[in-house]
Design a protein around this ligand. Structure first.
Ligand code: GCW
Length: 850
């Protein structure tokens, strides 16, 4: 402890791997000054070992010891300060407290489930929860205030905005599921499952529950919504019970994803029709068996009739009939079912033949007429947008249709379409826009957050489901900075009125330090990150122009169209955008209440940032900003990637202010992001330049005076030219690759037109999975640098074996001395399936990036 304090005092933090997230309880400056304001002992009321109140006591003792170096007595009989003052931290439920202090009842505030009351007064601390979980939340809140350096007195009553504050992990039971063992996971393997079973060692699961409890999240569905029926074998149910056991001390309940066809595939029945008596009985048996093992199970999550998953519609039953079957089995146990609104058919939509076909309409259509048909323990879980977690979507209109049925909003902490945790994208500002959106139902204020919080339409159940992809990586999400998204998700689910910046600053203080510089830099980076990503990945509501068929990571605008997935842009030589108007298009805008429908129906009143979501317009359409659509594309892509270039430079100003381990880890990613943002910029701009034939008024697109195309160099040894697909993923549409995986290739050129001086030399290459090629860069006889194609080990983003926008990467060597007329040479050594591909080399005068 002393050495830690010493390190803190001299401003250096010990190396950290991120495992404790924002719950580091690290020593703070001025800790000694707080001692007299801290409790000396902890009293836990009615706490049995393993209960949340017991955990609260442990956390308080551990936290105050870590932050202040003060050891507290746990459950001592009498604790008075020298001067007779009571300095006990009492923690428990309101009920337990009032039992021993009946007079207190009148002065305690009203709490709802999970709410807490805190009263901190000169070392005497009262932490009361409406239930045990609430008491633990109160303890975490008190510790968070302390860890942020505030030991003043205060009182606080805090109630959650909504009862459902869940996490959905998309973890596969079997390694090698569709996308590895966490679907859309970029932070390692599942912490819950391995080889078709629940892991023996659930240490990480317990640590995860601790993090989630500290931000008020109360349940986790651990298995993927693309559920494996085998989750429900007796052995696996025993395993699930073990997960629930390690969650319980943190007040986190377990939920289970179900596969609708399980009665047939696992149960051996001849049907999974939700109205069939044998099917109903089978599910009742499963529910009974689960509750026998997990009496406090939260309930179920079901993805049905979506993306190939079975569901009630297979038997011409309604979604309500399907959901209610589970609801009935859960009712005796007080369980609930979250039934997903993400229902659509990815096989039959036809872009060419049907101008009115629209995946965005699916949820509204499928749930039409069902609002009064669901049992009261069914909650419809609706993704924030009508398509799928794109960089910008309007809010799903379904929120305004369900008046009688409980609704939960599904937000994605996993950055599936938003840079996969290899790009920094702080999501709270996006979520805030969504939660604050006003649907104007019946002409009255009707914000999304008030709908899911049960305030706009009186309903007992509703709330939040966050798709999270933590994995075995010690950083949890594969990136330290991405953890601000998990933190923000929890904070907003508790209190959607919290501000993005406020949440971020809290998180930064807890995760790194309260050093003003650190706060300023992380705030600037994070707050600029979503706008920057939107600028370089998809503008004006066209969606993330990523490869939707492979990986969902790098640029590939063409992949959106011409397939039944329905994420269309309908871009042709002259026009772009989806016509979703009622008068001429798919009719989607008519799914909103009248005021909003009218706004989106008309190009003139549709906000620029959703123009192409709702309208099909010429590239020359003039925006409210005065620019044309195409020029906006060009400019935005340049602006977004220019912002990303500032990220590593800003981060470097923090050297020495945070521990080296996390400093280097973050820097590596920000450097990568800066490079990949250029890939995005050039791919998207080249693609639309090629399609529209309209030049960039700034003269930048297609004009790269500092670049040497690898295909124009003199090739020797194994290197040969290669046409890249999609063409826009390579500068000049081509790159070079070695002919096979055993011959070294050499590409060289004489720098006739480069003046003698110092330059930054950037090399764009492709780092594919399934091989670790090596490249060497020479100027004259001097080796400037050597690097390996090993990003797949360091970035968790979807691995790709192709030469495309997912694998295109950049390495930059700074301040390289070059003499006019010297020879520039790249030597590429292939490895495995990676043929040492090179796209181009940029010789950049100081201050220029291209
Ligand atoms: O966005 C798509 C994802 C799938 C996911 C699906 C869903 C779990 O690409 O990986 O499946 O959404 O939300 O069900």
């Amino acid at each position: 402890m002393r050495s830690l304090l010493l390190l803190a005092a001299i401003g250096l933090a010990a190396a950290e791997d991120g495992l404790s997230g924002w719950l580091r309880y690290a020593p703070i400056k001025g800790a000694k000054g707080c001692h007299s304001k801290l409790p000396s002992a902890i009293l836990t009321l009615n706490a049995t070992e393993g209960s949340p109140v017991y955990t609260a006591g442990q956390e308080l003792s551990q936290g105050i010891s870590g932050i202040f170096g003060k050891e507290l007595e746990l459950n001592a009989a009498e604790t008075r300060h020298g001067n007779g003052r009571d300095t006990t931290a009492t923690v428990g439920t309101v009920h337990a407290y009032v039992d021993s202090n009946p007079d207190a009842a009148a002065r305690l505030p009203e709490l709802v489930d999970d709410g807490f009351y805190l009263d901190v007064s000169r070392g005497k601390v009262l932490i009361l929860g409406q239930n045990e979980r609430g008491a633990l939340y109160g303890a975490f809140h008190y510790l968070s205030v302390l860890a942020q350096g505030n030991c003043s007195d205060f009182t606080l009553t805090s109630n959650p905005d909504a009862p459902i504050r869940w996490v959905n992990q998309w973890d596969n039971m079997q390694d090698g599921g569709t996308h590895g063992s966490v679907e859309r996971g970029y932070g390692g393997d599942s912490i819950f499952f391995w080889d078709g079973k629940v892991r023996d060692d659930l240490t990480r699961a317990a640590q995860y529950a601790r993090l989630l409890a500290s931000i008020g999240l109360n349940a986790v569905v651990a298995n993927n919504v693309n559920a494996d029926a085998k989750t429900l074998t007796p052995e696996n149910m025993d395993g699930l019970a073990r997960i629930a056991d390690v969650f319980r001390p943190y007040g986190v309940q377990l939920g289970v994803s179900l596969n609708f066809a399980a009665p047939e595939t696992l149960g051996g029945l001849s049907s999974f029709d939700p109205l069939d008596e044998t099917v109903i009985n089978w599910w009742q048996g499963i529910t009974d068996a689960l509750y026998k093992r997990i009496p406090d199970m939260a309930g179920y999550l079901v993805k049905a009739n979506s993306e190939g998953q079975p569901g009630p519609m297979t038997y011409n039953r309604t979604l309500a009939e399907g959901a209610n079957m589970f609801a009935h089995t859960l009712k005796p146990y007080g369980g609930i079912i979250l039934f997903r609104a993400f229902v659509y058919d990815h096989r039959t939509l036809n872009q060419t033949l049907d101008w009115k076909a629209d995946r965005a309409n699916a949820a509204g259509n499928y749930f039409d007429g069902l609002d009064d048909k669901f049992e009261d323990n069914v909650v419809i879980q609706i993704k924030n947008g009508p398509i799928d977690f794109q960089v910008r979507e309007p809010v799903s209109p379904l929120f305004s249709h369900l008046v009688k049925t409980g609704a939960a909003i599904e937000l994605q902490v996993s950055q599936e379409y938003l840079g996969q945790q290899a790009h920094l994208v702080y999501l709270a500002p996006m979520w805030k826009e969504i939660l604050d959106f006003d649907f104007r139902v019946d002409g009255k204020p009707s914000r999304t957050s008030d709908i899911v919080g049960g305030k706009r339409f009186p309903r007992k159940l509703g709330g939040y489901a966050g798709v999270v992809n933590v994995g075995t990586n010690t950083t949890w999400l594969g990136s330290h900075l991405a953890m601000s998204n998990l933190y923000a998700y929890g904070r907003l689910a508790w209190d959607p009125s919290a501000t993005s910046e406020g949440i971020l600053q809290e998180w930064t203080k807890l995760t790194f330090s309260d050093d003003k510089k650190v706060l300023d830099v992380i705030t600037k980076l994070s707050m600029e990150s979503w706008p920057a990503y939107e600028n370089y990945s998809g503008n004006l509501g066209i969606q993330t122009l990523t490869d939707i068929l492979l990986g969902h990571y790098g640029p590939n605008p063409a992949s959106q169209d011409g397939n039944p997935w329905g994420q269309w842009t309908r871009a042709d030589a002259d026009t772009i955008g989806m016509d979703r108007t009622v008068w001429n298009g798919t009719g989607f805008s008519g799914q909103y209440p009248p005021e909003i429908a009218a706004m989106y129906e008309d190009v003139a009143t549709t906000p620029d940032n959703l123009l192409l979501w709702f309208h099909h317009v010429p590239y020359t359409q003039v925006l409210k900003s005065g620019k044309t659509v195409i020029q906006h594309f060009y400019d935005a892509h340049y602006a977004g990637s220019a912002t990303a270039q500032t990220f590593p430079e800003l981060w470097k100003t923090l050297k020495g202010r945070i521990d080296d381990e996390r400093y280097e880890h973050v820097l590596y990613r920000l450097v990568y992001q800066a490079g990949h943002s250029l890939v995005w910029r050039d791919s998207v701009n080249t693609f639309y330049f090629n399609k529209s034939g309209i030049a960039d008024t700034g003269g930048r697109v297609g004009n790269h005076p500092y670049r040497i195309e690898a295909e124009d160099m003199t090739l020797a040894g194994g290197y040969r030219r290669y046409d890249v697909s999609p063409f826009e993923a390579a500068s000049g549409a081509r790159c070079i690759v070695t002919a096979d995986n055993s011959t070294t290739g050499t590409a060289s050129t004489v720098l006739r037109d480069v003046k003698t001086g110092k330059y930054d030399v950037a090399v764009n290459y492709y780092d594919m999975a399934l091989g670790n090629a090596t490249w060497e860069l020479y100027v004259g006889c001097k080796r400037v640098g050597r690097w390996k194609g090993d990003l797949e080990y360091n970035l968790g983003r979807a691995p790709s074996p192709y030469i495309d926008g997912q694998t295109a990467s950049r390495v930059t060597f700074r301040g390289v001395k070059i003499k006019k007329g010297s020879t520039l040479k790249i030597v590429g050594r292939p490895d495995g399936l990676e043929p040492a591909p090179v796209d181009y080399i940029s010789i950049l005068p100081e201050g220029i990036v291209d």
